[in-house]
Design a protein. Structure first.
Length: 318
């Protein structure tokens, strides 16, 4: 992975994904030991659309590794307002930084950046397409809660059309295999065909599409809630009509397994009531913390900076 850009998790072999999960766990248990791993490194965060968790998570990850951060938190704060292209912006910033994390509202922007940059680029979300580091956070949380990321029934609920986190997670879980997906959405927000094709291409994965969350929640090992994203709609009336389609509350939680984990990429609007926060199955704030840990693992790996004291399972066996 050293020196490589990460546009999608398809760029990373599954053994390397597992290694990142192991590194994140090590980092969590050895905060002081890894505090200077990326000393003198500079991360540039180029965020062309609003973000709280993802941007701060990338920045905190680098700071906790001993590095520094530059960047902008909105296209209006960049030379994009003057007409500068992604190619030129990234070409310039790669003269300053050792690593770039970029979010952009257009699909494919991260690939353009990776092809233009002289340093590694990590995709922090491009349009409704991919969000690889959120998927790493999701995988880490699932593994922490259930001890595995295979042999699971995973429900994904809400906006399955525009939800890039959903698309990334499905794609990567298919690579691990043995997943039964339960796709819960209104007809207007169903999973895109190319994502369903990805499931069909996996010999060990399957899916069903349903509209009733309460009907299937008792079968789930993982429930991945999403918000209906106002910024993806051209028609506000459609947004207002669909935004309250699914609300996870205490009554629905009573129907679920005691071991089920509830995930959400955040921000939430009202699709999970605050009362659910007190349920031990609510894993979405743990998900935030694990996102930071996974970004620490990814940033250090792409830069080639070794975590002091860390040994992979392969090294231990040797």
């Amino acid at each position: 992975m050293v020196g490589s850009s990460v546009v999608t998790l398809d760029d990373i072999p599954i053994p390397e994904v597992q290694l990142l999960l192991d590194k994140a766990q090590y980092i969590d248990e050895h905060r002081k030991e890894v505090a200077n791993t990326c000393n003198s490194r500079v991360l540039a965060t180029l965020f062309y659309e609003p973000s709280t968790r993802t941007r701060l998570s990338f920045e905190t990850a680098m700071l906790r590794l001993g590095g520094k951060v530059i960047g902008f938190a909105g296209a209006e704060q960049s030379s994009a307002t003057k007409g500068e292209t992604i190619h030129d912006t990234v070409k310039v910033v790669s003269q300053y930084a050792d690593l770039i994390a970029m979010r952009h509202p257009k699909e494919g922007a991260a690939l353009v950046a990776a092809q233009s940059s002289e340093v590694p680029v990590i995709n922090a979300g491009d349009g409704g397409h991919m969000h690889p580091t959120q998927t790493l956070a999701d995988l880490s949380t699932i593994q922490s809660r259930l001890g595995r990321v295979t042999d699971l029934t995973v429900g994904l609920c809400g906006d399955l059309t525009f939800g890039r986190t959903v698309h990334s997670l499905i794609s990567t879980l298919c690579r691990f295999g043995n997943i039964r997906f339960v796709l819960i959405s209104p007809n207007e927000l169903k999973t895109p065909r190319y994502v369903l094709d990805r499931i069909d291409q996996s010999p060990t994965c399957s899916y069903v599409e349903v509209e009733d969350l309460a009907q299937v929640i008792g079968d789930l090992d993982v429930l991945y809630m999403t918000r209906v994203q106002k910024e993806r709609f051209f028609n506000e009336d459609d947004y207002l009509r669909l935004r309250d389609t699914y609300i996870l509350d205490e009554a629905k939680m009573h129907l679920a397994k005691p071991s089920m984990a509830v995930l959400h990429p955040l921000p939430r609007v009202n699709e999970i009531t605050k009362q659910v926060d007190d349920d031990p199955r609510a894993a979405y704030f743990e998900q935030v913390r694990r996102g930071m840990l996974m970004r620490m693992a990814l940033e250090s790996s792409v830069l080639g900076d070794e975590l002091p004291g860390f040994k992979s399972n392969k090294e231990v066996l040797v």
